[in-house]
Design a protein around this ligand. Structure first.
Ligand code: IPE
Ligand code: IPE
Ligand code: MG
Length: 251
């Protein structure tokens, strides 16, 4: 049974403060290039923005924050950059996990783990285990994640676990096997760095999410920029297929 309302099967709540925010953290390379620095310095600075955004989400009472850290297509980057990103991930995990735990934050990783090195896998597993019962904020890191991979793995696991469904299954049968089955669908999606695309992020889950795109590069995405995105979200009317009049009369 699905834990949360589906935006296509039910009409979910539209909270003033998003319950779930999903972010494509883009623009690190360009941030560095503007400063005549190597691209990887942008990634390093980007980690500081992650820390600030997590803090702000905790303060605002956001329940789920999902960050796209590495896509299934990012392996196409130069090997040195991929190696640096993996190293940075490992380093940040080691350094931050105790602080996350002290702040009652649960850490979850979504994505295809089969290509990670064993040491990184071990760190991830330990961090997830340590923080699994925390309830203040669920911080999900999408690493080697792709929306198509997610739907594909969900179908495969579902059919394996419940072979009778091969003759027909519902949306909610499948939803139980998607990577983010433990979270409501995102209320707000943010992409920094100016591109207006989804880049194979949460394809299924973003069905009715409010989309916010900003030119601000991820390392520059400060408190002011973040609150601008929340302000934009508050001005949206979330209709989920209904008319404006119906939304008003329901309110
Ligand atoms: C996003 O920044 C971080 C990752 C994809 C890991 P980019 O590295 O894509 O930065 P730009 O888009 O080149 O500026
Ligand atoms: C998307 O950023 C992935 C992450 C932020 C991790 P990219 O910079 O890789 O996206 P594209 O390839 O330009 O669409
Ligand atoms: Mg990019």
């Amino acid at each position: 049974m699905a834990l949360f309302a589906s935006s296509t099967q039910d009409i979910p709540e539209s909270p003033e403060v998003p319950r779930h925010i999903a972010i494509i953290m883009d623009g690190n390379g360009r941030w560095a290039k503007k400063r005549f620095l190597p691209r990887v310095m942008g990634h390093k600075r980007g980690v500081e923005t992650v820390r600030d955004v997590v803090k702000q989400c905790v303060n605002l009472g956001v329940e789920y924050l999902t960050l796209f850290a590495f896509s299934s297509e990012n392996w196409r980057r130069p090997p040195d950059e991929v190696k640096f990103l993996m190293g940075l991930f490992m380093e940040a995990l080691k350094r931050e996990v105790v602080k996350l735990h002290q702040n009652h934050i649960r850490l979850v990783l979504i994505g295809d783990r089969s290509r990670f090195d064993p040491q990184l896998l071990k760190e991830i597993h330990e961090a997830e285990k340590l923080t699994q019962h925390n309830t203040r904020l669920t911080l999900t890191i999408a690493a080697n994640y792709g929306g198509r991979w997610d739907i594909h793995q969900a179908v495969q696991r579902m059919i394996h676990a419940r072979p009778e469904l091969v003759n027909g299954f519902s949306e909610s049968d499948l939803a139980d096997y998607l990577s983010m089955h433990y979270a409501p669908e995102p209320d707000l999606f943010i992409r920094t760095g100016g591109e207006k695309r989804i880049s194979n992020f949460l394809l299924w889950q973003l069905a009715y999410t409010e989309l916010y795109f900003t030119d601000t590069l991820w390392p520059d995405f400060d408190e002011h920029a973040f609150s601008h995105s929340l302000q934009s979200y508050r001005q949206r009317e979330r209709r989920f297929g209904r008319t404006s009049e119906q939304v008003a009369s329901n309110a």
